[in-house]
Design a protein around this ligand. Structure first.
Ligand code: SF4
Length: 289
């Protein structure tokens, strides 16, 4: 699918969070509108495709708006938004990003995320969660060291399965092996890393998978599309091709009971380092049992 690329100057890049993100961070920040990983495996069930105000009728993965002035606008907004967070008795914490990926391939050309991270070195939030599906995240290691010195930085890398392919669906934007390598590299650099298994896909060898996670991350976050896609019973995802492909690999994987089973598998390998759903995204972990 070809991508319609546009450049835009925006009025605001810091959005006060609502819904499930509210207990995770005070703000979200999207350097792009749209996501060119929408044509890859994670895009199939991606909940953002259902947000008409973002897609404006275009197919998910078919467009990308580059917010060229995002870093400057962050510089303009951070003081007032920090004050707002203080008044709301919250820390000024940023989730980057919830409706795009900061490391889409076009980031190599436009460097909007990099510019925003550089602006955060000047004006750090209290906490930053960097969320990605791409191993390209490791390219800005120099900036993370500085940001980590200035605020509580946590890097989330999505690895939803030990399988690179599900039947009939496109490949992932970044292979499972590349994402594990990226997590390990960040961890070895002394950064706090969480692997987000979200949405949970069928895992061929759970014990080996969570041992691999344990070696490269401080924590693992497990979420299922039922209860995790923003609709009460996973209806949003059920309208996509994802559940059928999951069932073709393991019919049990489309049930929330699968999530419970994987949580127990993870806790056996990583006691005290397992988070579930929104609590996990917020860094709240289950106690070691
Ligand atoms: S990277 Fe995130 S926002 Fe982009 S398509 Fe995948 S799940 Fe959706």
């Amino acid at each position: 699918m070809s991508v319609a690329l546009t450049e835009a100057r925006v009025q605001s890049v810091l959005t006060r969070t609502t819904g499930y993100l509210r207990s995770v961070c005070s703000h979200s920040l999207q350097p792009y509108r749209g996501c060119t990983f929408g044509n890859s495996l994670c895009g199939v069930g991606c909940y953002v495709q259902h947000y008409g105000f973002l897609t404006r009728g275009a197919a998910w993965g078919s467009f990308l708006e580059v917010r060229t002035n995002a870093a400057r606008v962050y510089g303009d907004q951070h003081r007032s938004e920090r004050r707002w967070a203080r008044r709301a008795r919250q820390s000024f914490s940023i989730f980057m990003s919830s409706s795009t990926d900061p490391f889409v391939p076009q980031e190599r050309r436009f460097r909007v995320s990099r510019a925003v991270l550089e602006a955060m070195c000047e004006h750090p939030p209290d906490a930053l969660v960097l969320q990605t599906h791409s191993h390209f995240v490791t390219e800005y290691l120099d900036l993370y060291r500085e940001i980590d010195r200035l605020c509580a930085l946590r890097i989330h890398i999505s690895i939803e399965s030990d399988l690179d392919r599900l039947p009939y669906l496109p490949p992932p934007a970044s292979s499972v092996a590349h994402r594990f390598e990226a997590a390990l590299r960040l961890k070895r650099a002394g950064l706090r890393v969480a692997v987000t298994v979200s949405p949970l896909l069928p895992i061929r060898d759970p014990r080996a998978f969570f041992e691999r996670v344990a070696a490269c991350a401080d924590a693992v976050v497990i979420d299922h599309f039922i209860g995790g896609d923003g609709s009460p019973g996973g209806e949003r995802t059920l309208r996509t091709a994802l559940p059928t492909a999951m069932a073709a690999v393991d019919p049990a994987s489309t049930s929330p009971a699968y999530r419970e089973r994987m949580i127990e598998e993870a806790r056996a390998v990583m006691p005290g380092r397992v988070g579930v759903s929104v609590d996990g995204f917020a860094g709240r972990l289950l106690p070691a049992s």
